[in-house]
Design a protein around this ligand. Structure first.
Ligand SMILES: [Fe+2]
Length: 292
């Protein structure tokens, strides 16, 4: 595993995660093969062991291939994130903050590791569709009119359409397409209600709303942390999934610490936010071009 980690230039921790998820079950299945090797060695000595060389080499090749596919997938997310960063620095910072809040929520909800990872990656790309918005709408310094709002409301569909081109991202599409749905069915683009909305999108919706409320925009001042928390409490069961809101209220103090931590250090480096699923308050390096 150390060899594969070095060859793929991946942290050993990430290689281990892939191995744990994919290879450990295979490893357990190989135990009978190991037993068979011992038996054949006792019967025929080492010449008989040569029979196992080809199958073991094939297994190693499959393992390296799986690690490589995981790396291509994460690099694809980093590339898209770099595109968001180049187009609009605010949306980049917003996306990484939402992903860190979503990670805290996913941990609090004790979601499985696979789902947590796809929630973090969906959160990073949730506003990807804004890449296609005209400059006069994306950078408008005053409140948008109703026609411009219609343009903005197309971004979940546009974002998921971009991902549709790359078939390796099916698991993150739901969170992008549905992050503006509401628990009461009054959201967009599909008007889904309650548990019809994918869980990833319900988690991102709360994280997204918190960051949107607590960030200064040219046309309005940010709410305080306490006001934003109160709003999430008030809209539980109306705009937000009550269970996700409850999880948010339970970690509200950590969210405040995380917001302060990110504000102090500046936007994290794109590679870190894609790779790092550890404690959201740890391990991020400042973005090389961060001006915060
Ligand atoms: Fe959005």
């Amino acid at each position: 595993m150390v060899g594969v980690s070095m060859r793929m230039e991946m942290a050993f921790r990430d290689t281990f995660r892939v191995a744990y998820k994919i290879v450990l079950p295979n490893f357990i299945l190989m135990l009978p093969l190991g037993y068979l090797m011992v038996v054949t060695y006792r019967v025929g000595g080492w010449p008989l062991e040569l029979l196992f060389v080809a199958p073991l080499a094939a297994l190693r090749w499959v393992f390296a291939l799986l690690v490589a596919v995981g790396k291509v997938y994460r690099n694809g997310i980093k590339a898209l994130l770099a595109g968001i960063d180049a187009r609009d620095r605010y949306t980049y910072g917003h996306s990484v903050r939402v992903s860190r809040y979503a990670l805290l929520l996913a941990r609090q909800l004790k979601l499985p590791e696979d789902l947590t990872e796809s929630i973090v990656h969906s959160a990073l790309l949730h506003d990807l569709g804004k890449l296609g918005m005209p400059d006069e709408v994306l950078y408008k310094p005053v409140r948008l009119n109703s026609e411009e709002l219609k343009t903005v409301r197309r971004h979940p569909v546009q974002g998921s359409a971009i991902l549709l081109q790359a078939q390796v991202f099916p698991c993150v599409k739901d969170g992008i397409l549905h992050h503006h749905e509401r628990w009461d069915g009054q959201g967009y683009p599909s008007g889904l209600r309650s548990e019809e909305i994918p869980l990833s999108a319900r988690v991102i919706a709360v994280a997204d709303a918190y960051d949107a409320m607590t960030t200064d925009r040219p046309y309005r001042k940010a709410l305080t942390h306490e006001q934003a928390v109160e709003e999430i409490r008030r809209m539980a069961g109306i705009q937000f999934d009550p269970k996700v809101s409850e999880a948010f209220l339970a970690v509200a103090d950590r969210v405040r610490q995380l917001a302060a931590h990110l504000a102090r250090r500046g936007d994290p480096f794109p590679g870190d936010v894609v790779e790092d699923l550890g404690d959201p308050l740890d391990g991020l390096h400042p973005h090389p071009q961060s001006s915060n």
